[in-house]
Design a protein around this ligand. Structure first.
Ligand SMILES: Nc1ncnc2c1ncn2[C@@H]1O[C@H](COP(=O)(O)OP(=O)(O)OP(=O)(O)O)[C@@H](O)[C@H]1O
Ligand SMILES: [Mg+2]
Length: 151
């Protein structure tokens, strides 16, 4: 499994990293974003959306767990599984995945049925104030290649 670590000094830098990632990603890819509340998962997703050419602002879905943004180079399928914590599984989650677009899942550990065999995981750790550490783990050759392209 290939890993790379990045450090960012503010939200804008995290978004720029997301933009770079999105410019190289391919339809059907799945990114799993982990990290504490307020780590920067949605902030990174906003950058990813920008990199796909989506002009609508990505927000944290409050009452829905899934939002689709269709007006870019490919559809962004943004899922936040936080509210699924403790809910029984087997809710037909496969249907949430989206072959033609990019799927970004926050709090995937609360929706284990959604985690595919191959994925890119990005673990965000809060350091001091606005500093963040982002650990990228590529599970699958196409994701290893993606990490090489953005390096
Ligand atoms: N380096 C940084 N990278 C990302 N966000 C940062 C950074 N520095 C400060 N921030 C701020 O931290 C907050 C991150 O909030 P965000 O909603 O992205 O977190 P989250 O991980 O999605 O949380 P949740 O688990 O509640 O969904 C934002 O207010 C953002 O501006
Ligand atoms: Mg969030």
């Amino acid at each position: 499994m290939k890993t790379i670590t990045y450090y960012t000094k503010n939200a804008e830098e995290t978004q720029l990293l997301g933009e770079r990632l999105a410019r190289h990603c391919k339809p059907g890819m799945v990114f799993l974003l982990s990290g504490d509340l307020g780590a920067g998962k949605t902030t990174l997703t906003q950058g990813i959306a920008r990199g796909l050419g989506i002009t609508k602002t990505v927000t944290s879905p409050t009452f829905t767990i899934q939002k689709l943004y269709r007006k870019g180079r490919m559809t962004l399928n943004h899922i936040d599984a936080y509210r699924l914590e403790g809910i029984s599984q087997d809710l037909g989650f496969e249907e949430y995945l989206y072959d033609d677009g990019l799927t970004v899942i926050e709090w995937a550990k609360f929706a284990p049925d959604l985690i595919p065999e191959r994925y890119l995981e990005i673990k965000i750790t809060l350091l001091e104030e606005e500093e963040r550490r982002l650990d990228f783990l590529a599970a699958g050759e196409e994701y290893e290649a993606l990490l090489e392209e953005i390096a």
